[in-house]
Ligand binder design. Structure first.
Ligand code: ATP
Ligand code: MG
Length: 413
């Protein structure tokens, strides 16, 4: 679990601002749910036999009432729970979005943390494939807004539950025939969650996975049509993709479309965004049946990608460093600072005294564009002195209002 220090927070805030503006232009509305939920919610939605529920959740018993609670490992289940609880779908389908920390007890590595952050969207009550396409098109727009490239789209469909059941039976038969070649995890999953065997990163398993039966052969007509319509929409939008028949998701609730955005610039943790359809989930956790889909992106992984190209992000957030000396000047400076802030400027008022010279050094180091200087002369005249710090120009005297205009005129970096 990481601290984000001020130098890095600049990048986080830039990401958050960009993401919020992006969600607004697609008409997604924020939902904020608690970070703690009843454990049962995740067991029923994500699935008891998944990695997340089996070994990654931070679960504890509330000693006051014996209830089992869990720090949310993802937010889809919470969004769906809240939508059911507050009857949101009564008013029609909902485009929702969320932002925040998630918790998974994983082995920490670059790009894999125990507290990490996701931005995600959920479209509840939409059958698609128009909405599936919207999700993919909108994620592509975010990569452009963040000036990220080298992120590729992988696409698959898991079909409906009957097709999956047929496929599961075929797959289990195949894996049983090759039982000796399975690694320990896959042996364990063979009868609990066999589709996840396809997701194994174990090098020795790759040939076996390559030779496994394909789900595409079990798909019914509706699922195939949905998937083909989606692909046509993506082609029309100019979005390149690769079909990956091995793409399965680590959560049980998915069906139909699944997709991942992946990069090869982050080593093993290359998936920056993942999502798909979960038409059965709303009914599964007690709501009136309704189709849905969504996706979530890993903020830390996107920030790691941005770090490479983020030199253009200015460290400078200050317009003015306010330098002052003398009792009367100190009092005047406090008023000046407030008046400049009223004018919309970002002002750091020097605190802690010291000579003009040392204060000017601090002004320079602060990155502020201007030093505003208040001494006895200025107090008498009711004016302030303005010294540009980032360009060669004369120091000038002005009234406070004139100063606001003058400082605003220079383009902010
Ligand atoms: P992975 O295969 O990398 O474990 P996942 O399938 O468990 O991913 P999802 O539950 O689909 O991941 O979460 C969506 C996204 O959230 C992932 O694609 C990834 O970018 C990010 N993410 C998931 N787990 C972590 C983590 N422990 N640390 C940082 N980011 C994460
Ligand atoms: Mg995982």
């Amino acid at each position: 679990m990481n601290d984000v220090l001020p130098d890095d927070a600049i990048l986080w805030e830039h990401f958050e601002d960009t993401a919020r503006a992006w969600l607004r232009v697609y008409g997604y509305r924020a939902i904020r749910t608690p970070i703690l939920e009843r454990t049962e919610l995740f067991v029923r939605s994500i699935g008891a036999m998944t990695d997340i529920v089996e070994k990654e959740m931070y679960t504890f018993v509330d000693e006051l009432n014996g209830e089992s609670l869990t720090l949310r490992p993802e937010a889809t289940a919470s969004c769906v729970r809240a939508a059911i609880e507050h009857n949101l779908l009564y008013a029609g389908p909902q485009r929702l979005c969320y932002w925040g920390p998630m918790f998974r007890h994983e082995r920490p590595q670059k790009g894999r943390y125990r507290q990490f952050h996701q931005v995600g969207v959920e479209a509840l009550g939409y059958a698609g494939p128009d909405i599936d396409a919207e999700h993919i098109v909108m994620s592509a727009r975010l990569w452009r807004s963040l000036r990220l490239d080298g992120i590729a789209l992988e696409l698959n469909t898991l079909g409906g539950s009957e097709a999956r059941a047929r496929y599961r039976a075929r797959l289990v038969k195949y894996l049983e025939r090759h039982h000796d070649a399975l690694d320990a995890d896959s042996k364990r999953r063979l009868h609990t969650n066999p589709l996840r065997v396809l997701d194994s990163k174990h090098p020795a398993m790759q040939d076996l996975i390559e030779g496994a039966p394909r789900l595409a052969d079990d798909l019914d007509e509706d699922a195939l049509k949905h998937f083909e319509d989606l692909q046509a929409k993506l082609r029309a939008a100019g979005i390149a993709f690769t079909l990956n028949p091995r793409l399965v998701r680590g959560l049980d609730y998915y069906n139909g479309t699944v997709f991942e955005w992946v990069t090869d610039r982050l080593g093993a943790q290359g998936t920056v965004c993942a999502g798909g359809r979960y038409d059965g989930l709303i009914a599964q956790i007690g709501g009136k049946p309704a189709p849905a889909c969504g996706f979530a992106m890993g903020v830390e992984r996107l920030l790691a990608l941005m770090q490479h190209g983020a030199a253009w992000l200015s460290q400078t957030t200050l317009d003015v460093y306010l330098v002052h000396q003398g009792d009367a000047a100190d009092r005047f400076a406090e008023q000046v600072a407030e008046r400049l802030r009223d004018g919309g400027l970002r002002v750091l008022l020097h605190c802690g005294g010291g000579s003009f010279k040392s204060q000017m050094r601090k002004a320079d180091a602060s990155g502020a564009r201007f030093a505003v200087i208040v001494g006895d002369d200025e107090v008498l005249a009711g004016e302030i002195s303005i010294k540009p710090l980032r360009e060669l120009a004369e120091q000038v005297r002005a009234s406070i209002d004139e100063a606001v205009d003058l400082i605003k005129k220079g383009e902010r970096r």
